[in-house]
Design a protein around this ligand. Structure first.
Ligand SMILES: O=C(O)CCC(=O)C(=O)O
Ligand SMILES: [Mn+2]
Length: 232
């Protein structure tokens, strides 16, 4: 068999194209790893769940936590339980862009402005995930008797498969997930400075809760960043 110069040129071109595409894939993978450094995919049928236990160093998480204690106007929200409005067993505050009003558990909340620390956390999230959020629900669990019951973050303004970025500061607390129909369960322990990402069909197929944990005396702050779709 004879090789012509043009065949060799084609081989060379194909080879360098393949080499280029391999290195492009490697570069993109490395970029992805750098962007989402430490984010671990959790295997859960019908859910897209990932967790970065050490998303922020403890010193940064400490600074955010003490700043938020001062900046946030902590309020007792109401939750609807069996059709009746009751005091929520935690303190909360809804912040976001001016048009990001949010209805949950039977009440509509107008957004309070982004505080300095909430803006800084939103920027850190944007850089890490390449995703933008226009609102955040900030919750304060004063000790282990504060909690949040079973629910899904599935309000219509979040759209069908919302991305929810949940940041935990302070006391480590149990976070429970249960499948809506098949009884599967998962328990996580959300660490100081961690990031839990719920996406895909998680809210359709699973409920989540933050159960009471008697014996926990320390405070915890949780921030769930959300993207609301505005009408029109
Ligand atoms: O505190 C948590 O980790 C979860 C809070 C939550 O699910 C919510 O506010 O919707
Ligand atoms: Mn939730």
């Amino acid at each position: 068999m004879k090789f012509r110069a043009s065949d060799r040129r084609k081989d060379f071109q194909r080879g360098s194209r393949e080499l280029f595409s391999v290195s492009l894939t490697t570069i993109l993978t490395l970029m992805g790893l750098a962007l989402h450094r430490g984010l671990e995919q959790l295997k859960l049928a019908g859910a897209t769940l990932s967790y970065a236990a050490d998303w922020q160093p403890a010193a940064q998480a400490d600074r955010w936590m003490s700043a938020l204690f001062q900046e946030i106007p902590w309020t007792q929200h109401q939750v609807k339980i069996f059709g009746k409005l009751r005091d929520s067993p935690r303190l909360s505050s809804w912040h976001g862009d001016a048009d990001a009003s949010y209805s949950y558990s039977g009440t509509r909340y107008l957004p309070l402005p982004w505080t300095k620390t909430l803006s800084a956390i939103r920027t850190a999230l944007r850089e890490y995930l390449q995703t933008d959020f226009n609102g955040v629900l900030v919750n304060r669990y004063r000790n282990g008797t504060d909690s949040m019951g079973w629910h899904a973050d599935n309000e219509p303004e979040l759209g069908p498969d919302p991305v929810i970025a949940s940041i935990s500061l302070g006391a480590e607390r149990r976070f429970s997930l249960k499948h809506r129909t098949d009884g599967q369960r998962l328990q996580l322990h959300l660490a100081h400075g961690s990031l839990l990402l719920m996406a895909g069909q998680t809210q359709r197929n699973w409920l989540h809760a933050l159960p009471k944990q008697l014996g926990v005396e320390a405070e915890r702050i949780n921030l769930t960043f959300r993207r609301l779709r505005m009408p029109g």
